[in-house]
Design a protein around this ligand. Structure first.
Ligand code: A3P
Length: 302
C-alpha cells in the first residue's frame, strides 16, 4: 500500500507506518518508534493483544491482582488509566516517570516493542482469541469506535479483516510474530477461551506467572470482579466512562457478548470455508489450541 494513502474516517484515519496501521490523532509515529528503546524494569508487565481479544478483561484482572482483589482500591481510576496503552500519544513520557509496577497494554506488532523484552526484562502476557470471534467483535466495535471507519456491512468488514486492512493489521502475522519470539522473552500465552471456560484457573495461572501470592479469598475476589456480568456493572471497568469523542456509547457497548462462537451467527458458509482454508494455510504447525465453540471443552489449553 502507498504509505501516503490514508483511509477516510470520521476525523480519524488509518495511516500505515513501517507496515503497521496507526490511527491518526491517537498515535504518533515518532513516539511509537521510541518505544523500541524504552528502559524496561523487571517489574513491568505488558499485555499484548490483537484488538478485540480481551484486552479490557486483562486490564481488569491485572489491576485487581495488583490490588490483591480489593475492588474498592480500583474504583478511583478507570482500568484504561491503571493499565494504559503504550502506543497512545503522550504515554511514553508517562511510562518513564511512572512508579513500579508499570502495567501496560498494547496492540503493537512485535517489531515495535521494547528491545529490552528480548533480554528477558519485564513480563509479557499475550492473549489469544479465536480469530473468527475476533473478526465479529471487531466488526461491531467499528460501529462504536468513532476513530474507526464504520463498515458498510459484515461482508465489507470480513474482506478488510482478511486483507489486514484494519488497526492491528493481519491477525495471523501478529500472533505468529509474537509467538516466534517466545523463547527470548518472559511470556505467557493465555487464551480468551480458557478464561471464559475456567476463569479461576486462568487467574491463578496469571498470578503465578507474575509471581504474586494471593490468598484464596483474594483470588476469589479477582475472579468475581472480572466476570463479564460484573464488569458490565462496574463503570470503571467497562469503558462506559471513556469519552464520547472516542466511543459512541449510543451505538453499542464495549462489553458486548463476551462469549465463544458468536461467529456462527455472522459467517456465511462460504465465508467460513474461506476462513478455514486461510487459517489452515497460515497456522499450519502452530502449537496453541483454538476453541471455536463454547460447547467444546478445552483439552490442552491449561
Ligand atoms: P465481544 O465483542 O465478542 O463481546 P478488547 O478489550 O480486546 O477490545 O476485547 C473486547 C472483547 O472482550 C469483547 O468481546 C468483550 O465483550 C470481551 N470481554 C471483555 N471483558 C470480558 C469478560 N469479563 N468476559 C468475557 N469477555 C469479555
Amino acid at each position: 500500500m502507498d504509505p501516503t494513502e490514508e483511509h477516510a474516517s470520521d476525523g480519524f484515519k488509518l495511516v500505515p507506518h513501517r507496515g503497521f496501521n496507526l490511527i491518526n490523532g491517537i498515535h504518533d509515529p515518532a513516539e511509537v518508534d521510541r518505544i523500541h528503546g524504552w528502559d524496561v524494569r523487571d517489574s513491568d508487565v505488558f499485555v499484548i493483544t490483537y484488538p478485540k481479544s480481551g484486552t479490557i478483561w486483562m486490564q481488569q484482572i491485572l489491576r485487581l491482582i495488583e490490588a490483591k482483589g480489593d475492588i474498592d482500591a480500583t474504583r478511583e481510576e478507570l482500568n484504561s488509566d491503571s493499565v494504559p496503552w503504550i502506543e497512545l500519544i503522550g504515554k511514553g513520557k508517562e511510562f518513564e516517570e511512572a512508579p513500579s509496577p508499570r502495567l501496560r497494554v498494547s496492540h503493537l506488532q512485535y517489531k515495535f516493542m521494547p528491545l529490552a523484552l528480548s533480554q528477558k526484562k519485564g513480563k509479557v502476557i499475550y492473549v489469544v482469541r479465536n480469530p473468527k470471534d475476533v473478526l465479529v467483535s471487531y466488526f461491531h466495535f467499528h460501529k462504536v469506535a468513532t476513530m474507526l471507519e464504520t463498515p458498510k456491512d459484515f461482508n465489507d468488514f470480513f474482506e478488510k479483516f482478511m486483507r489486514g486492512d484494519v488497526y492491528g493489521n493481519c491477525w495471523f502475522e501478529h500472533i505468529k510474530m509474537w509467538h516466534s519470539h517466545k523463547d527470548d522473552m518472559n511470556i505467557l500465552f493465555i487464551t480468551y477461551e480458557e478464561m471464559i471456560q475456567d476463569l479461576q484457573t486462568a487467574v491463578e495461572k496469571i498470578s503465578r506467572f507474575l509471581g504474586k501470592q494471593l490468598t484464596r479469598d483474594q483470588l476469589a475476589s479477582v475472579v468475581e470482579h472480572s466476570t463479564f456480568r460484573n464488569m458490565k456493572r462496574i463503570p470503571q471497568a467497562n469503558y462506559e466512562l471513556i469519552s464520547g469523542e472516542l466511543l459512541d456509547h449510543q451505538k453499542g457497548s464495549f462489553m458486548r457478548k463476551g462469549t465463544i462462537g458468536d461467529w456462527m451467527s455472522h459467517f456465511t458458509v462460504a465465508q467460513n470455508e474461506r476462513f478455514d482454508k486461510v487459517f489452515q494455510e497460515e497456522m499450519e504447525g502452530f502449537p496453541l489450541p483454538f476453541i471455536w465453540d463454547i460447547r467444546v471443552k478445552p483439552s490442552s489449553s491449561k
